[in-house]
Design a protein around this ligand. Structure first.
Ligand code: FAD
Length: 293
């Protein structure tokens, strides 16, 4: 309800609520944020905001922007890698186009010594995204994928992936999927995350545990300890603006914590998804409204 109201706000009115979730509109804002996080001991992930591009010209423009961003990571000596949504590279236009653009970016990143993450979006895009990832893995050793624990299909998808080194960011999944194909209860999604993490570790994968769930992370910490997993096997990943206090707890316990730093002008869709997850939102809106009044 609150979110529906927020989604019809003009960008200028929405921006105060959204600002904590992205570094700014320019690459220089993201570089500054990554540098600031680096000084606090965090590695980073650079993402250009945007999705669902509808023309090939636009998708190729996104590739050009990503190449500039990757060069900037290198030139500034940042401990960060690049992350791209398939529909930002034109997946909804054609799988071949998205694959071609990922392939070019993976080559550019490889020359710069930078890792590239293929993100995962809603369920109609999953088969094509897996196809792209498998093709990329044959040609590059600097690519990884995102998998979503809420989906029933994820354990079988892992089994179907070709043998070889595997670098997975495991998330619950931000897209609300139908009950026929996905867990919908908090407990079920949490349990599935834990089980998939175990499956990935058993397979020898490097797993980026991307969550802000302290109940889940406590279980994951026990698993890490029990299996004696080192920082060559896992890291925690978090989103800019979400539960910073938890990052500090993990860092103090000796876990690597990598922060997702999105930037760019297309911040609305991403920020709305983040705001939808923020329990403080209603309180913040009421406070802000009264303050303005
Ligand atoms: C680095 C990273 C990359 C991601 N990439 C993808 C991707 O490619 N595809 C995809 O589908 N999903 C992605 N996600 C999002 C993920 O799927 C979840 O939607 C998101 O992480 C919230 O789930 P959670 O595990 O933190 O658990 P939740 O149960 O949602 O949250 C745990 C706790 O964190 C708090 N919290 C969570 N989000 C917020 C917020 N925005 N503001 C304030 N408090 C919050 C909750 O209130 C709760 O207390 C990514 C997440 C991270 C951290």
């Amino acid at each position: 309800m609150v979110l529906a109201g927020l989604s019809i706000l003009p960008s200028a009115a929405m921006r105060p609520f959204a600002a904590r979730y992205f570094a700014g509109e320019e690459l220089s804002d993201a570089v500054a944020k990554l540098r600031e996080l680096g000084a606090k001991g965090h590695t980073g992930i650079l993402d250009i905001l945007g999705e669902n591009v509808t023309t090939e010209v636009e998708a190729r423009g996104v590739l050009a922007d990503y190449i500039v961003a990757a060069k900037s990571v290198k030139e500034n000596g940042l401990e960060a890698y690049i992350s791209v949504k398939p529909t930002h590279f034109g997946l909804t236009i054609s799988t071949e186009l998205a694959l071609e653009l990922y392939d070019q970016l993976a080559s550019a990143c490889s020359e710069l010594g930078i890792f590239l993450r293929v993100e995962m979006e809603d369920h109609p895009t999953i088969d094509a995204t897996l196809e792209i990832f498998e093709a990329l893995r044959k040609r590059h050793d600097n690519v990884g994928l995102v998998l979503q624990s809420r989906l029933f299909r994820t354990p079988a998808d892992i089994e179907r992936l070709a043998p070889g080194p595997l670098h997975i960011r495991l998330v619950k999944g931000i897209y609300l999927e139908p009950a026929e194909i996905a867990f919908t209860g908090v407990e079920d999604i949490r349990r599935a995350f834990f089980e998939v993490a175990k499956q990935l570790f058993e397979r020898g994968a490097f797993v980026s545990l991307a969550t802000h769930d302290d109940i889940l992370s406590a279980e994951l910490e026990q698993l890490i300890q029990r299996e004696e997993l080192g920082s060559d096997r896992y890291e925690f990943q978090v989103l800019l603006g979400v539960r910073e206090a938890l990052w500090a707890v993990w860092q103090k316990a000796g876990h690597p914590v990598r922060v997702y730093v999105p930037f760019g002008r297309n911040w609305r869709a991403y920020s709305l998804r983040r705001l939808g997850k923020n329990p403080e939102l209603l309180r913040a809106i009421v406070k802000n409204t009264f303050r303005r009044g």
